[in-house]
Design a binder for this molecule. Structure first.
Ligand code: IPM
Ligand code: MG
Length: 360
C-alpha cells in the first residue's frame, strides 16, 4: 500500500471544523484508492500564540518540513487583532510560506453550473468561467525591506518596499507557462509597468520566457485594467500570473465573480514543499456553529492529491462528488438559494463522502 505523510494545521475560527471534514474525505479516498495517509497534527496562528506564544512554533515548522504536504485551515480572529503586525496569527502564515519557499500560489476560480445564480454577475457573463490565478507568494511588498514605521523630520512615515529579483520572477512565470500549456494555452501577465520599475522587469522576463513556450498565447494587462476585465469578461481568462500583492487582490475578485468564497481552494507550491488551504479566512463569526462550508478545504485536499501525490483520478472523483451533491440541491448557508436543502458542515461532508463511493 502506498503511503503519504501530511502535516495538518487546523488553525483558528472555523479552521478545525473544515479541516476535520477534509480529513474525513481524505480517509475515504485512502480506502477507495488503497493509499494510507499519515496525519501529523500541529498548531498554527492564534491557537499557537495562545499555547506557545508564537504563531509558527518550531515544532510545527519541523513537522511541516518532515512531511510531503501540508493541509491548513485558516488563521486569525478578533482575539488577536490588537497585536502588532509582527506578532499576529497572519505572521504564522507568511512565515510558513517563506520557510517552505512556496513561491507559486495556485488559486482556481471556476463557476459551478449548479451555483451559477450565486454569482453577482449575470449568468451569460459568468457562464463557462474557469480561470487559475498563479500568484507569486514569497516576495513583493509582503517581504521587501526596508519596512516599518519611521520618523522623518518629526513626522511618522510608513514604509514598505516592492522588490523582486529576476530569479524570483522567472521561476513563478515559468511555472505559470507550464500550467498554461496543460490548460487552454492562454496566459495573462498582470503588472503595473506604466508606473513601477519592478513591473517593467516582470514584463521583460515574461517576454523572454515566451520564447520557450511558443504554443502559449500571452497577454499583458495593467492591474487596474485587469481588475475591470475580470468582471467584464471573466470567461475569457485562463491562467493569470502576477506578483504577491496584485495576486492577493485579483484572486479575491475572481473568487467573488464565480460565486462563493466558500468554494475556493488553493495550492501553494515550491520546488520541494507544498501547502493546501482554502482561500477564505477563519470566519470567527460562525465558528463552532457547524454551518461552515467545508467545500473549499475539501477541494484543496483534492489539489493536494493531484499535485503532491500524483493522484489525478482521486482529484477528479472529489470534484465530481462535490458537483454531484450540489446537483442534488445540498447547500451550506453561504451558498443557499431558495428551493435547495440547507445543511450544516457535517451533513455536507457526509454527502460528499457518500458520493465518492457511488461515483468511484
Ligand atoms: C490570503 C490572505 C493573506 C494574504 C493574509 C491573511 C495574510 O489575504 O491568503 O490571500 O494577504 O496573503
Ligand atoms: Mg487575500
Amino acid at each position: 500500500m502506498s503511503k503519504h505523510t501530511v502535516a495538518v494545521l487546523k488553525g483558528d475560527g472555523i479552521g478545525p471544523e473544515i479541516v476535520e471534514s477534509a480529513v474525513s474525505v481524505l480517509k475515504r479516498v485512502g480506502e477507495l484508492f488503497g493509499t494510507e495517509f499519515e496525519l501529523r497534527y500541529a498548531e498554527i496562528g492564534g491557537s499557537a500564540i495562545d499555547r506557545f506564544g508564537d504563531p509558527l512554533p518550531d515544532e510545527t515548522l519541523k513537522i511541516c518540513l518532515d512531511s510531503e504536504a501540508v493541509l491548513l485551515g485558516a488563521v486569525g480572529g478578533p482575539k488577536w487583532d490588537d497585536l502588532p503586525t509582527d506578532k499576529r496569527p497572519e505572521k504564522g502564515l507568511l512565515r510558513i510560506r517563506k520557510e517552505l519557499d512556496l513561491y507559486a500560489n495556485l488559486r482556481p476560480a471556476k463557476v459551478w453550473e449548479p451555483l451559477i445564480s450565486a454569482s453577482p454577475l449575470r449568468e451569460e457573463i459568468v457562464r463557462g468561467t474557469d480561470m487559475l490565478v498563479v500568484r507569486e507568494l514569497t516576495g513583493d511588498v509582503y517581504y521587501g525591506e526596508p519596512r516599518g514605521i519611521f520618523e522623518e523630520d518629526g513626522k511618522k512615515v510608513g514604509i514598505n518596499t516592492m522588490k523582486y529579483t529576476e530569479d524570483e520572477i522567472r521561476r513563478v512565470v515559468r511555472k505559470a507557462f507550464e500550467i498554461a500549456k496543460l490548460r487552454s494555452k492562454k496566459l495573462t501577465s498582470v503588472d503595473k509597468s506604466n508606473v513601477l520599475e519592478v513591473s517593467g522587469l516582470w514584463r521583460d522576463i515574461v517576454e523572454k520566457e515566451k520564447a520557450n513556450f511558443p504554443e502559449v498565447e500571452v497577454e499583458h494587462l495593467y492591474v487596474d485594467n485587469c481588475a475591470m476585465q475580470v468582471v467584464r469578461r471573466p470567461s475569457s481568462f485562463d491562467v493569470i500570473v502576477t506578483g504577491n500583492i496584485f495576486g492577493d487582490i485579483i484572486s479575491d475578485e475572481a473568487g467573488v465573480v464565480v460565486g462563493s468564497l466558500g468554494m475556493l481552494p488553493s495550492a501553494s507550491i515550491g520546488d520541494r514543499y507544498a501547502l493546501y488551504e482554502p482561500v477564505h479566512g477563519s470566519a470567527p463569526d460562525i465558528a463552532g456553529q457547524g454551518i461552515a462550508n467545508p467545500i473549499a478545504t475539501i477541494l484543496s485536499t483534492a489539489m493536494m492529491l493531484k499535485y503532491s501525490f500524483g493522484m489525478g483520478e482521486a482529484h477528479n472523483l472529489i470534484e465530481r462528488s462535490v458537483e454531484g451533491v450540489l446537483e442534488d440541491g445540498l447547500r451550506t448557508p453561504d451558498i443557499y438559494s431558495e428551493g435547495c436543502k440547507k445543511v450544516g458542515t457535517e451533513e455536507m461532508t457526509e454527502a460528499i463522502i457518500q458520493k465518492l463511493g457511488e461515483l468511484k
